[in-house]
Design a protein. Structure first.
Length: 477
């Protein structure tokens, strides 16, 4: 007879997200089981983000060599050795493998169980030969790449973002199918590593992002030699003895044939819940949304046993998954999250980067009464000047009381700058408080301080200000 256990929480998916959430649950005192499905979680391998960052650094060094004249050096075409670049990235990723090992998880009190995972009935989950009836199950699986149904695509050896990370051969002409953040990030890395790159968005480019910020980023990528076929779609793939033909259709209906060496599909990710036999839970789909089982806040479903986070919930960016997943774990273990789930920035981790957060009027959001926009040109920042930045903008939206409602940034370290805006929004701080940032000079964070100073310069004295001046005059010196 199969063994049956009753932990507080089972987290399905032993990728980076699942491990982080299991450790968080353990710190909160829960008896937690991490279900390792026996295969790498797609797009969520523990060292994948580090490997990607290492590749981006190598690509940036190659690009710096090409731009040497702007910094007092002779321009020089970099001599790129793809295999050596990949080996360096793999070594850096492997350097933190011990932190993600099963032994480390067990040492932290997490019970790691490996085997195929599926629901047996509405209350029971099986992991290999072990059956469990936990209080809660949280699905934190990775998301497999979405592959479009295009004629001829299955007949070629196309890349996904996951498989491209292990490529050691030089790419001559890469076509990227997709227009999201992941597609543009990969396009820039491969362009800087020596490939000709064409992006076919297969829909809008950077949907949901601030139009002005997105246009600045696309301009920067185009100036690096990346061709972005705005409004175009791939209609078919034509396998050839040498290379591959890609038939595209522009927004006006005209067709163009591309002769490429490789194809990358980067159209987002989707968690395959069917492998878990989720049908046995008899979940009710969300109203009018077949296949979407989330019926409430924090990944709640119609079965009190089950919650969803990460790609299973449609989240794609790591910091979104981690913040949401931690709030879900706290709700399950403590009864409620320890704090309200804060707004999280959307990021495009290119160079320049793009980050946006919160309310942005004119971007699908209606402006609230009394809101205003503060702007700063990134080129006017001294640190940006030293870095050779030629374009960029930072803008924040404030309410009638000067509190930060949102913002967007295009420029170096955009994600780090957006983290400060996220904290200001979470704490309900006025934009003027940014002027008090204690930063070295020069610093990119000076852009935010400048925005804070502009907010203060436009403030009208409050009722207490004259009274405070009188009080100060009366106080003994």
């Amino acid at each position: 007879m199969a063994e049956t256990t009753k932990p507080d929480l089972v987290i399905v998916g032993a990728g980076a997200l699942g491990m982080a959430l299991a450790l968080h649950a353990r710190r909160l005192g829960a008896r937690v089981v991490l279900a390792d499905r026996g295969v790498a979680e797609p797009g969520d391998q523990p060292q994948a983000a580090l490997r990607q960052a290492a590749l981006a650094v190598s690509a940036s060094i190659a690009q710096a060599q090409r731009r040497g004249a702007g910094f007092g050096f002779a321009d020089e075409a970099p001599k790129i050795v793809p295999k050596a670049v990949q080996e360096r990235a793999a070594q850096i990723a492997a350097s933190r493998a011990a932190e993600d090992s099963p032994d480390h998880m067990r040492a932290q009190g997490v019970d790691l169980v490996r085997g195929p995972v599926e629901f047996v009935d509405q209350r029971t989950l099986a992991i290999g030969d072990v059956q469990m009836r936990p209080r809660h199950v949280l699905i934190a699986m990775g998301g497999a790449p979405v592959v479009p149904d295009l004629p001829g695509l299955s007949e070629i050896g196309f890349f996904t973002v996951d498989s491209l990370a292990a490529n050691t051969r030089k790419l001559t002409h890469l076509v990227v199918i997709g227009g999201g953040a992941e597609a543009l990030e990969q396009a820039q890395i491969q362009r800087r590593l020596g490939a000709a790159v064409t992006v076919v968005p297969q829909g809008p480019v950077l949907p949901g992002y601030d139009a002005e910020a997105a246009s600045l980023l696309l301009r920067a990528l185009s100036e690096e030699g990346i061709r972005i076929m705005t409004g175009a779609n791939v209609r078919s793939i034509v396998p050839r003895a040498m290379g591959t033909g890609v038939i595209t259709e522009h927004a006006d209906g005209t067709q163009e044939a591309l002769d490429v060496s490789h194809v990358l599909v980067a159209m987002g990710r989707r968690a395959d819940l069917e492998t878990l036999r989720i049908d046995r839970l008899k979940l009710r789909p969300a109203s009018g949304q077949n296949g979407n089982f989330v019926t409430g806040a924090l990944g709640r479903t119609s079965n009190r046993l089950l919650r969803l986070t990460g790609p299973a919930l449609g989240l794609e960016q790591w910091h979104h998954m981690l913040a949401h997943g931690r709030s879900v774990v706290e709700a399950l273990v403590l009864g409620a999250p320890q704090r309200r789930l804060p707004a999280q920035p959307l990021l495009v981790q290119t160079a320049p980067g793009l980050a946006q957060i919160g309310l942005l009027p004119g971007n699908g959001e209606k402006a609230r009464a009394g809101t205003g926009v503060l702007r700063a040109n990134m080129v006017e920042n001294d640190k940006a000047r030293a870095l050779g930045v030629e374009m960029g903008v930072a803008k924040i939206v404030v309410d009638a009381r000067g509190r930060v409602l949102g913002g967007s940034i295009v420029g170096p370290d955009a994600g780090e700058l957006a983290a400060v805006l996220a904290l200001a929004m979470e704490r309900g701080l006025p934009a003027g408080a940014l002027a008090d940032l204690s930063v070295p000079h020069p610093s990119l964070f000076g852009v935010l301080a400048a925005l804070g100073e502009r907010q203060r310069a436009g403030e009208k004295p409050g009722w207490a200000t004259p009274m405070l001046r009188v009080i100060r005059r009366l106080l003994p010196r």
